[in-house]
Design a protein around this ligand. Structure first.
Ligand code: SF4
Length: 285
């Protein structure tokens, strides 16, 4: 069996290419060493309906992140690193526990910096009868080479498309090449799994893209939709989220110190429509 953990020796698992030896617990941008850290795992009913399913999505929240969004709503987990270190064997056990609780899928939240450990855990769990779909629920700042390792392992990709503007990506998430990197990752994800397939109300395979609407069109939403429609598929399911609220370090950014308005949200919904993107979910404002 390939030793996927060896990828941690000079870590270039994500576009940060930190080159630290995580096997020796040297720490890079994501601040996670050899073992994954998990802040919680449970059946979650608050995802998009076909992801929550009927029995809940077996959600595993990983600590750490390869982005530093100033408005992160999970920053105690992503940036303060609250959570418990676990082994790959324990991660496999957690997957089995959630399957035994009848979860409709396993939902890996913020998995990008843990891909090698996740692959090893899934292979271990499969030997013990693990067989439910796996959702890769990420910020979308991914390396294509790493996503390729997940071909045949991940059933559903649920990445963010956060920005089409690199100045915003640098300023608010410390990722100056986010747009280029995100576009390549989304294409590879779609190549692997295609458009989202829903059977009896439950998602079983495919790509679902999330887009958080930000005040003042900081996200560059129109260009995001144009890309998805023209270069991925106009049949793409998109969750257009209105839930933005000031959090974490937004007090340093006056433009981020308010929720979005109804008008801003409706304008973004209309842009999606202009590009023929009508599948997916919209939220109350
Ligand atoms: S996974 Fe972490 S250590 Fe590895 S390149 Fe990305 S941020 Fe750096």
């Amino acid at each position: 069996m390939t030793n996927f953990s060896a990828l941690l020796e000079k870590c270039s698992v994500c576009p940060r290419n930190c080159n630290v030896n995580r096997l020796k617990n040297e720490i890079g941008f994501c601040k996670i060493g050899k073992n994954p850290k998990v802040s919680a795992y449970n059946l979650h009913f608050g995802e998009e309906p076909p992801i929550s399913g009927t029995h809940g999505s077996g959600t595993i929240f990983f600590t750490g992140c390869n982005l530093r969004c100033v408005f992160c709503q999970n920053y105690p987990i992503s940036q303060l690193h609250n959570g418990n270190e676990i082994t790959v064997e324990k991660l496999a056990e957690i997957m089995m526990t959630l399957q035994n609780q009848n979860a409709d899928n396993i939902n890996l939240v913020t998995p990008t910096h843990i891909v090698p450990q996740i692959i090893e855990a899934v292979l271990l769990a499969k030997k013990k009868g693990f067989n439910i779909p796996i959702v890769y629920n990420s910020g979308g700042y991914e390396k294509v080479e790493t996503i390729k390792l997940l071909d045949g392992i991940i059933d559903m990709y649920m990445p963010d498309a956060k920005y089409s503007d690199d100045k915003s990506a640098k300023k608010y998430s410390d990722a100056r090449d986010y747009w280029k990197v995100n576009k390549a990752a989304l294409k590879e994800m779609h190549r692997q799994v295609g458009d989202l397939q829903i059977k009896n109300g439950i998602a079983v395979k495919g790509l679902l893209i999330r887009h958080l609407v930000l005040p003042e069109n900081i996200a560059g939403s129109k260009k995001v939709f144009e890309f998805i429609s023209k270069e991925i598929s106009p049949k793409t399911y998109i969750s257009i989220m209105s839930q933005y609220h000031p959090a974490n370090r937004t007090d340093e950014f006056p433009e981020l110190q308010r929720k979005i308005t109804d008008k801003e949200y409706l304008r973004v919904i209309n842009w999606a429509g202009e590009f023929g993107l009508t599948r997916g979910w919209r939220q109350e404002i």
